[in-house]
Design a protein around this ligand. Structure first.
Ligand SMILES: [Zn+2]
Ligand SMILES: [Zn+2]
Length: 229
């Protein structure tokens, strides 16, 4: 199955306003993606719409957030249950230490429904600041909630484990997301995956990857990552 576990919507200030959950699901379906995650920065308010849009297109939804941990590295936190992810999103947003968003300077942070009706916007700037939880604390929080924890773009020059720590500490990671395979920072220790990190419709699926899932659902994803570890 073609899988893409890192994508943003119009809720992320750096995301295109065209990237509604419905546009994201539409683009993914047209590129043959069978399992798709929405991972907005530090909030999960567009996940309910995302679920409906994926179901409409026959895509398996994965409910995620890209959390900025205390070390200021980006970390993908993925869940199979919408409710769990939405609750986790509220906790993360509540904890986020950030300035107020200025939409003109920093970008809009729009909550929409499945038909692109605007429901509201978030006040705190989602792509600035960080939560007070460390990488290890976030890994534990995600696993307590039966989620998957994947440090994002670990070999990127900004907001990554490489840029913030300079090395990849041992941790309870289900995989690591890399820009270039094989990744010397990882040295083969953790399963390497790629993610599109799409902020614009044209980038959806640009770094999707094939995974042999036994069952086409979140459980199947967990199982295949366990086996690859
Ligand atoms: Zn990122
Ligand atoms: Zn991202």
């Amino acid at each position: 199955m073609l899988v893409d576990l890192h994508n943003h919507s119009c809720l992320s200030p750096c995301g295109s306003l065209e990237m509604s959950p419905s546009r994201l699901a539409e683009e993914a379906a047209s590129r043959g993606i069978g399992m798709l995650a929405l991972t907005d920065h530090n909030a999960g308010d567009n996940l309910p719409a995302f679920e409906i849009c994926c179901r409409r297109k026959g895509i398996v939804p994965v409910f995620g957030l890209e959390v900025t941990g205390r070390e200021e590295a980006h970390l993908l936190c993925l869940f199979g249950e919408l409710k769990t992810a939405v609750r986790f999103g509220y906790e993360i947003y509540e904890n986020l230490q950030s300035v107020l968003n200025n939409p003109d300077l920093m970008g809009d942070q729009i909550i929409v429904d499945e038909d692109e009706n605007i429901l509201g916007e978030l006040d705190k700037h989602l792509a600035g600041g960080a939560v007070e939880y460390s990488i290890d604390e976030l890994a534990a929080m995600v696993h307590e909630r039966e989620g998957i924890f994947i440090p994002a773009h670990i070999d990127r020059p900004t907001f990554s484990i490489r840029s913030q720590l300079g090395f990849l500490p041992d941790g309870d990671y289900d995989a690591v997301e890399v820009m270039t395979q094989p990744c010397s920072l990882n040295g083969g220790r953790y399963f390497e995956m790629t993610g599109s990190d799409a902020h614009y419709p044209e980038n959806v699926g640009q770094r999707a990857f094939e995974l042999p899932l036994e069952t086409p659902d979140f459980r199947g994803l967990v199982e295949v990552l366990k086996k690859s570890a």
